[in-house]
Design a protein around this ligand. Structure first.
Ligand code: GUN
Length: 294
């Protein structure tokens, strides 16, 4: 039976800690951290995520700006807005919510963001700094996972970590972070993906299993060993007759059966998800204090 890793609780703890620090900054007449977000178009999920980020800023006393642009915004118009934020002295950090409409090249936009304001940690310069173990902004989901492992005192050094999924946002950075010579790190890492044959052979060897695939209930009990630490990044909305809304959220792990074999497990919802907001707030505070780029 597993201990449940309570991401909601840890995220709230972190937000309380930041709130105290912001109160001190305000008392001492310092600069109030300011996060901006650009949202292009009307993607439902993106609207929800950005609204949650703005709300969290308000709760802890940050300033926040939401810049909404229409679905038919051109790449040049978005680049102009990015440039404006790069030069806005009051904005410490900002994000461009992804995905962007198809006519806009995401990589062109990410590379136009000033690295010192890139609190998502998506700019190639910040990804490179992460790989080299230099001060940087670590992307929100991987950073959230690192903090969960740290706050639950989970030993990672010398362990075998298997990552399932190689996205730029989660799997790839996670594999880099878990191998780094760092307090949370020092793992032997296997990064698996859609072209990996015999995936189960790998997952069965995991001491720490991080699944970021986007396939609901993909990992079953026969794929893990006893005592495994399971981090489930998946969150898929599926139809359900058991809930009032007619929907429920499922992770990438078949929770009940894997729970019985694991030593620690993140639930969905309430595991990794809430940590992404806490990570973004930490990165914004770092940007405001110029901790990464002096
Ligand atoms: N879309 C899904 N996750 C993220 C994220 O962490 N940052 C941004 N900018 N867009 C996202």
């Amino acid at each position: 039976m597993a201990e449940i890793i309570d991401g909601k609780k840890i995220s709230n703890q972190i937000q309380d800690e930041i709130l105290l620090e912001v109160s001190d900054i305000k008392k001492n007449g310092g600069k109030i951290p300011h996060l901006a977000a650009i949202l292009v178009g009307n993607d439902g999920a993106s609207e929800t995520y950005v609204a949650a980020k703005v709300k969290a800023c308000e709760k802890i006393g940050f300033n926040s700006s939401l810049i909404r642009l229409p679905e038919n915004t051109s790449e040049q118009e978005l680049l102009n807005k990015v440039n404006e934020l790069n030069n806005d002295k009051d904005v410490d950090g900002y994000i461009v919510q992804l995905p962007l409409p198809k006519n806009i090249n995401e990589q062109n936009i990410i590379e136009a963001i000033a690295p010192e304001k890139d609190v998502d940690g998506f700019h190639p310069q910040n990804v490179g700094r992460m790989a080299l173990n230099l001060p940087t902004y670590i992307p929100a989901t991987p950073f959230g996972i690192i903090q969960l492992l740290e706050r639950y005192n989970i030993e990672t050094s010398g362990k075998h970590c298997v990552v399932v999924g190689r996205s730029n946002i989660v799997g790839s950075p996670m594999s880099i972070l878990m191998a780094r010579n760092s307090k949370i790190g020092n793992c032997t890492v296997t990064l698996t993906h859609s072209k990996t044959p015999n995936l189960k052979e790998h997952t069965l060897k995991a001491d720490i299993l991080i699944v970021a695939l986007g396939k609901p209930e993909f990992v079953t009990a026969d794929m893990v060993k006893n005592g495994v630490v399971v981090i489930d990044v998946g969150i898929t909305r599926v139809k359900s007759e058991q809930t009032k809304s007619g929907f429920k959220l499922l992770g990438d792990v078949k929770y009940d059966e894997v729970f019985a074999k694991a030593s620690f497990i993140t639930p969905v919802p309430g595991g990794v998800g809430p940590m992404t907001i806490a990570s973004l707030l930490i990165n914004t505070l770092k940007a405001s204090k110029k901790e990464v780029y002096k």
